[in-house]
Design a protein around this ligand. Structure first.
Ligand SMILES: C[S@@+](CC[C@H](N)C(=O)[O-])C[C@H]1O[C@@H](n2cnc3c(N)ncnc32)[C@H](O)[C@@H]1O
Ligand SMILES: [Zn+2]
Length: 186
């Protein structure tokens, strides 16, 4: 069984100061594209519990170790977390996350050379009414050529989601109307 699952320490990265933000994770050997690097572990809580624990408004810069797994569950890596919590965000990431039956794993998106900082796209979900203060709190310092300036998802991703949700609402409304029509006819 690989070390990161058995609890042994055979991580392909080390944690140290990052030029991006605080501490970061740096490849300690070459990592092949597709390699599963580590599981994002921590205490599993609800969104309501996370909201009680962390008050985003009071932070000058947003900083938590939360990972949203689903509409029910958030992993808080402040508690029971491992080194995965130090992997920073980049708008040109070399890693990606995958959720498998409620567990979160971090994979290499491409071949990564020893010494490179590991990063995935946090793409924190927008609510669409972010204030200037919030934009500042979530600003991105990745310095990649295609940096979008934010560790939140691109505005276009939010707009797409809105359009898809509106479409679903319209379809549901139509179904409701047609099924109530049918029952009236019976
Ligand atoms: C899961 S922690 C990552 C580890 C963090 N660097 C540390 O030392 O604790 C997530 C936080 O790191 C910071 N961060 C990560 N990537 C960033 C980036 N590209 N630009 C700005 N801040 C970043 C943000 O404060 C974010 O909320
Ligand atoms: Zn960026």
């Amino acid at each position: 069984m690989p070390g990161y699952l058995s609890g042994m320490t055979s991580l392909p990265f080390e944690v140290r100061e990052s030029p991006l933000a605080g501490k970061g994770a740096f490849a300690s050997r070459a990592i092949a594209r597709g390699e599963r690097i580590i599981e994002y572990t921590g205490e599993r809580i609800t969104h309501a519990q996370a909201d009680l624990r962390y008050d985003d408004d009071s932070m000058d810069e947003h900083h938590t170790f939360l990972f949203t797994v689903s509409s029910r569950t958030v992993i808080d890596a402040t508690y029971e977390g491992n080194e995965s919590r130090y992997i920073n965000h980049s708008c040109e990431p070399n890693c990606e996350t995958e959720i498998d039956r409620g567990r979160v794993f971090i994979f290499a998106l491409r071949d990564i050379a020893a010494g490179e900082e590991l990063a995935y796209d946090y793409a924190y979900q927008r609510s669409g009414d972010e204030t200037e203060k919030e934009e500042r709190q979530y600003r991105c310092l990745c310095r990649s050529a295609s940096c979008r300036g934010s560790i939140m998802e691109p505005k276009s991703a939010f707009e797409l989601r809105q359009r898809a949700a509106a479409k679903t609402r319209t379809t549901r409304a139509r179904r409701t109307l047609s099924s109530s029509g049918k029952s009236r006819a019976r």
